[in-house]
Design a protein around this ligand. Structure first.
Ligand code: NAG
Ligand code: NAG
Ligand code: NAG
Ligand code: NAG
Ligand code: NAG
Ligand code: NAG
Length: 380
């Protein structure tokens, strides 16, 4: 194992107290990313408000900020001729050995090949790790990785231990990268190249079952301004048809998925709504999840029509700076999850539908009765 692992990781205190956080919007310029620390509130808040047409309020809030995880310092650091990628690898820490493991579990189940998915998938907890940030000196990022090996895909999925999220406004600052881009040093003066190999799918989702899920997915075979939004299931495998109104493909993202952007998904009672950097992208009222769920992120490839296949030895990386969520909870009837059952049935042809019309955010009604001391996640 080439990885240097320090066993004495500090126990990180990672989760903002829900009672003491004021939440200024993070308007990080994609060209010159900076760490913008969350400003602690000068007053306690008893609820959390987001922008959008009367979304109601949320009772809880969490922030997982992955930008300041202590990384092992490679003994090879500065060594003559050490390849940048090897050095970068040596300075990583598995998620499963960090304080974040109390909230997030890296999965290790696998999936056999099928008629549609010709490459077996093996989730490995070593594919979820912290690494140096490629653009911000002295910062870290959470990285998910998938690698095509000769007889299978090594893939990544992390899932929240908490399974009672019941409606939320979820935000994730992320970027898809090539090996060169993810392992680049922030002080490297050479041009920043990021040619992400085709054939992988990155997903962010709330999940209870195959019929209770809201998600966003990026296919690296797509043009980089394309994203797939859906309330699952969005496909009927018996009749081989796309279920009307369950999904939306947006081909005009304001920034490509190969750059840092903030994705937002609002799972509300009668709609799921997606935003990019505060701009509305899609709103789906069909098939909105109605049961308590987990949160999950994955990066995978199975050689099927949905993802396509990667070339042997190619890797795709998903960098995540932070995950933020305002949410409600419910304990009502939560059966155990069957993780490996989360298999998307996909149409035989990956259909392209029109992008949804964009609208600006409207204001919101903060005057909810039991929400007297709100904290705001968005600019008003
Ligand atoms: C969250 O829970 C509060 C308190 O029960 C409720 O008033 C509010 O409408 C809920 N928010 C959403 C988005 O469902
Ligand atoms: C891939 O091949 C290796 C070496 O033959 C074998 O040990 C491993 O079980 C195979 N993995 C899968 C998922 O087929
Ligand atoms: C899909 O949306 C259209 C227009 O918004 C509506 O007329 C139709 O009934 C919807 N179909 C389903 C299956 O919800
Ligand atoms: C959601 O739809 C139900 C049923 O149509 C309705 O009773 C409820 O008021 C709606 N909730 C919101 C927040 O609009
Ligand atoms: C989504 O559509 C529903 C139903 O038309 C509407 O009530 C809601 O305001 C829309 N949400 C946004 C963010 O436009
Ligand atoms: C994959 O990488 C291994 C180890 O570096 C090498 O031996 C092998 O030839 C590579 N295979 C391909 C198809 O590039």
């Amino acid at each position: 194992m080439a990885r240097l692992i320090f066993s004495l990781l500090p126990s990180l205190s990672l989760i903002a107290s829900s009672a003491s956080s004021v939440l200024p919007p993070i308007n990080t310029n994609t060209n010159t990313p900076k760490i913008e620390p969350r400003v602690p509130s000068h007053y306690p808040c008893d609820c959390f408000l987001v922008s959008g047409p009367d979304p109601g309020y949320f009772t809880d809030y969490k922030l997982w900020d992955f930008r300041s995880v202590p990384l092992p310092y490679s003994l090879n650091h500065g060594a003559y001729r050490a390849a940048a990628a090897d050095l970068w690898e040596a300075e990583t820490v598995p998620l499963s050995q960090s304080g974040f493991k109390s909230d997030w579990q890296a999965q290790s189940w696998s999936r056999h090949k099928t008629l549609d998915s010709i490459v077996p998938m093996v989730n490995s907890d070593l594919n979820a790790f912290f690494a140096r940030h490629p653009q911000i000196p002295d910062a870290s990022q959470l990285v998910l990785r998938t690698t095509r090996l000769s007889n299978y895909s090594s893939t990544a999925e992390i899932e929240s231990h908490q399974g009672n999220f019941y409606r939320c406004s979820l935000r994730i600052r992320m970027r898809l990268m090539s090996r060169e881009a993810v392992s680049r040093s922030p002080i490297d003066p050479s041009p920043h190249v990021n040619q992400v190999p085709k054939g992988a799918c990155a997903g962010i989702f709330t999940y209870r079952s195959a019929t209770c899920e809201s998600d966003l997915e990026f296919l690296t075979s797509d043009p980089p301004n394309t994203v797939h939004y859906a309330n699952q299931p969005d496909y009927d495998p018996v009749n081989d048809i796309i279920i009307p109104n369950a999904s939306s493909v947006v081909t005009t993202l304001p920034s490509p998925w190969s750059a840092w952007i903030t994705h937002r998904m609002d799972w509300l009672s009668n709609s799921t709504t997606w935003y990019v950097d505060d701009e509305l992208q899609a709103n789906i009222t069909y098939g909105v999840p109605d049961r308590p769920s987990i949160l999950a992120l994955n990066l995978w490839s199975d050689g099927g029509i949905w993802t396509g296949d990667m070339k042997t030895n190619e890797s795709v990386y998903m960098g995540i700076e932070w995950i933020e969520i305002a949410f409600n909870t419910s304990a009502a009837g939560v059966p155990p999850l069957e993780h490996s059952q989360r298999v998307h049935h996909r149409p035989l042809k990956s259909e392209r539908r029109g992008s949804s019309r964009k609208r600006q955010l409207s204001g919101f009604d903060a005057a909810a009765e039991k929400c007297k001391r709100p904290c705001y996640l968005d600019k008003i």
